[in-house]
Design a protein around this ligand. Structure first.
Ligand code: ZN
Length: 336
């Protein structure tokens, strides 16, 4: 079925491959179809490798090279550990091991997320629990709380968002791993930012000799550290913000899609009719600060899938995925 004009405006996939719309044919067809639509959503490749992988590798490899090839504390620790010069060897080894473990963990999380199944709803499978009517775009029968993701042309269980950082959708099955990825990335960014600030501090606020050395023969290193700070501060804002946002969503049993779209989400409409909204702003809270203010006032937007903090976190972290969601109260709007 070709996409409608309105759908085409929403989707970066302007021309859909007609082969993707054929009915399931043979074993493995559905898996191949998902791989094909995801490949389209990920955009261009460079030397046969997706651009997202290049960006991850260059950002992390470049950051590591910058910190290890210029005069920073981590360079001193790594060289101290490798040369075993007898000075602070134990702490040097500890710092080096933490660095290697953190980078390895982040590469592992990225690879797992990049290849993860966020909760694709397969054509021909019926969900457990309440189902919605057939999706008009991909033809599957999605469970409650799923949504058709126009980036990938596929319905996703408990859809949260399509993330360009990992080039895949975030849904019920990989939401916790995405949160872990943000935590580890924030840790690495904070560490690198601390190293860069520590290296550049004497260049800005040191004595005359330190400044002369920094902006003389080692000026190229100092400018690289300045550049690193300018790049790392926005990264810290992004990943720190993601941690706060997704911790809130996990604790309250909500998704980014539900918070951002509010009353436009079909299965939330009945609840929003009963929700007065923030004072002077009918509808949903606009922005993070208003959302925080209304939550503290006890006037949080409706979250009909919340089961209390402990159960929400249990579902987010431990429960087998995808979870069969039902609303705690109010009408069960079962239509797309
Ligand atoms: Zn769909």
């Amino acid at each position: 079925m070709p996409l409608s004009d309105s759908t085409s405006r929403l989707s970066p996939i302007r021309e859909r491959d007609p082969a993707l719309d054929r009915p399931p044919a043979g074993p493995g067809y559905e898996e191949r179809r998902v791989v094909d639509v995801l490949r389209q959503a990920r955009g261009c490749q460079i030397c046969g490798v997706d651009r997202t992988i290049w960006i991850f590798a260059l950002a992390h490899g470049g950051g590591m090279a910058l910190m290890l090839l210029t005069e920073t504390d981590i360079r001193r620790s790594v060289t101290g550990a490798l040369h075993a010069n007898g000075v602070n060897t134990l702490s040097d080894w500890a710092v080096t091991l933490v660095l290697v473990a953190a980078i390895a963990a982040q590469c592992y999380l990225f690879a797992r997320l990049y290849r993860s199944d966020p909760g694709w709803v397969r054509i021909g499978t019926l969900p457990e629990g309440p189902a919605r009517q057939k999706c008009e775009y991909c033809g599957c029968t999605p469970p409650q709380r799923s949504r058709h993701d126009f980036h990938t042309g596929q319905c996703v269980a408990k859809f949260d968002h399509f993330c360009p950082i990992i080039a895949t959708s975030v849904g019920d099955c990989n939401h916790f791993m995405f949160w872990l990825y943000c935590v580890m990335e924030t840790f690495l960014v904070l560490w690198a930012l601390g190293l860069a600030l520590d290296a550049i501090f004497p260049c800005l606020f040191g004595d005359a000799v330190s400044k002369a050395v920094c902006w003389g023969a080692k000026a190229w290193q100092s400018w690289l550290h300045v550049l690193a700070v300018m790049l790392l501060v926005p990264c810290l804002n992004v990943f720190g913000g993601l941690i706060i946002a997704h911790s809130y969503l996990a604790a309250t049993g909500q998704t980014s899609y539900e918070i951002i779209k509010g009353a436009k989400v079909p299965y939330l409409q009945e609840h929003y009719r009963r929700y007065a909204g923030p004072r002077g702003f009918p509808g949903r809270p606009r922005g993070v600060l208003m959302l925080a203010r209304e939550t503290l006032r006890g006037n949080a937007p409706p979250a009909p899938y919340s089961r209390g903090l402990a159960e929400n976190l249990n579902r987010f972290i431990y429960s087998p995925k995808p979870v069969s969601y039902t609303q705690t109260d109010g009408p069960l709007n079962s239509h797309v």
